[in-house]
Design a protein around this ligand. Structure first.
Ligand SMILES: Cc1cc2nc3c(=O)[nH]c(=O)nc-3n(C[C@H](O)[C@H](O)[C@H](O)COP(=O)(O)O)c2cc1C
Length: 260
């Protein structure tokens, strides 16, 4: 064991923060650590918008399926996939023009560029999360940022070849008490495979998610008066929910806008 592993093994999401602001030096450390995240070809296909405008934060909280902590968290960072910077560089520096003389024609960014940029942005986000954690600053990802593409893009003036990757909120945790029900993970063997994909079926999945199911049962959170399964729980609560329908509509629009 070492300090890094200890930090990784103890990290958890925090959603409730004290009013204590993130100091300028802590923010700087998180930024420096984020910049050290690996990126494809070291091209840094990502940007981060710090959302300080209170009205924008309030709108963001509403657009992200009404999560009020977004409006009150001390630090809110929107991680963007960003190929736009290179599109501009290629054009504005004359490289695309030079290409014409060399019979190299302009290629607009495609799906591969989007996925690479998404990878860069998400790796950067997790690096920021871990750097923050090491400073005693908690964080929470907001996956609902993938909803309401049109309004989010308008709010942050996002041009084509930028796309939201994720939103992370940071702050000093209000409480350091251990959780009564910490988030349980699947066993190692249900995640790590060797050489080829091993498709999990019912019995494997019951083993993989058995501990989580038992925890939900103890919390009396399963459907059908707590007689249901964890499969019922996620199917009815998430998979067939209105917010997943909106996330899928909006994500398709994100991809179509990029590829248009
Ligand atoms: C991609 C992603 C999206 C998430 N979106 C949300 C969210 O919108 N709201 C929220 O409260 N937590 C969100 N979370 C936090 C998860 O709920 C949390 O990581 C999970 O329950 C495991 O708990 P732990 O991080 O404390 O181990 C998200 C996490 C990830 C990785």
């Amino acid at each position: 064991m070492n300090q890094t592993l200890d930090l990784l093994l103890k990290r958890r999401t925090h959603r409730s923060f004290s009013a204590e602001p993130i100091s300028a030096s802590d923010k700087r450390y998180i930024q420096e650590a984020t910049l050290r995240a690996p990126t494809a070809g070291n091209m840094m296909f990502y940007s981060v918008i710090e959302v300080t405008d209170q009205d924008a934060r309030q709108q963001l909280a509403r657009l992200c399926d009404n999560q009020p902590m977004i409006a009150t968290a001390p630090l809110v960072w929107l991680f963007l996939s960003d190929t736009r910077k290179w599109v501009n560089y290629y054009h504005e520096s004359g490289t695309v023009e030079k290409g014409k003389d060399l019979a190299v024609s302009w290629r607009a960014p495609g799906a591969g560029d989007l996925l690479l940029a998404m990878s860069d942005a998400l790796i950067a986000a997790q690096t920021a999360v871990i750097a923050a954690e090491s400073l005693g600053i908690g964080s929470c990802y907001i996956g609902d940022i993938l909803e309401n593409h049109e309004q989010v893009s308008a709010l942050f003036k996002l041009p084509q070849y930028t796309a939201v990757a994720t939103l992370v909120i940071f702050g000093h945790p209000k409480s350091h008490e251990p959780l009564a029900f910490p988030a349980i993970r699947c066993p190692i063997d249900s995640i790590f495979m060797e050489n080829t994909y091993t498709e999990p079926h019912l019995e494997d999945l019951q083993v993989a998610f058995g501990a989580q199911e038992q925890q939900l049962r103890n919390q009396k959170r399963l459907p059908f008066e707590n007689t249901g399964t964890i499969s019922d729980y996620y199917y009815f609560r998430k998979h067939t929910s209105g917010f997943m329908e909106e996330m899928n509509r909006s994500s398709k629009a994100i991809i179509e806008t990029w590829l248009a």
